[in-house]
Design a protein around this ligand. Structure first.
Ligand SMILES: [Zn+2]
Length: 169
């Protein structure tokens, strides 16, 4: 189901980023120091201030896609977790008509918008400082890098908790 593309450091091959569906909104510093070898690596990204209006339109188009994707995934993951938690005999995929699906699809969509707005502000902050050094904690826990992957891990964690609870009794 997922098409995954690895974006690697050009010097040492360390996987700097994983992009699902090979889609990225392309916001961020154009170069970062690789967290493994320390050399400057191209990211293929651009800061908000440097984007042309067509780049910005593309950013909002990708954001629309994120709203849809994160809404669908969040609604479905949480609804399945909800069914597992309640020990429903059959776990139904994509229960569009169910209340938990609908509520959390909206929540997922709103989170996608907030994340993208935060990234524009973060980008503006980086541009003002005119320098950017990536730290390991920012790489692991920040929301600029591997954001799609981190969202997916977060949803999987909720689903896993419900599965364990379901199996435990
Ligand atoms: Zn490297």
């Amino acid at each position: 189901m997922y098409v995954v593309e690895m974006h690697k450091c050009q010097n040492c091959g360390f996987p700097l980023e994983m992009r699902l569906f090979s889609v990225s909104s392309n916001i961020g510093p154009g170069k970062i120091n690789c967290v493994k070898c320390g050399e400057a690596a191209n990211t293929g990204r651009m800061e908000w201030a440097d984007m042309s209006s067509s780049n910005k339109s593309r950013f909002w188009l990708i954001t629309l896609l994120y709203i849809f994707m994160l809404g669908l995934l969040t609604g479905n993951f949480i609804d399945q977790a909800y069914q597992l938690w309640n020990k429903d005999p059959v776990i139904v995929n994509l229960r569009y008509e169910a209340m938990p699906f609908q509520i959390f699809a909206v929540v997922g969509g709103i989170v996608a918008v907030l994340l993208q707005i935060y990234r524009i502000r973060d980008s503006a902050r980086r541009s003002r400082r005119n320098s950017h050094k990536l730290t390991m904690s920012e790489f692991m826990l920040g929301i600029q890098w591997n954001l799609q992957f981190k969202c997916l891990v977060f949803l999987l964690a909720i689903w896993t908790v419900a599965t364990i609870k379901n199996a435990a009794s």
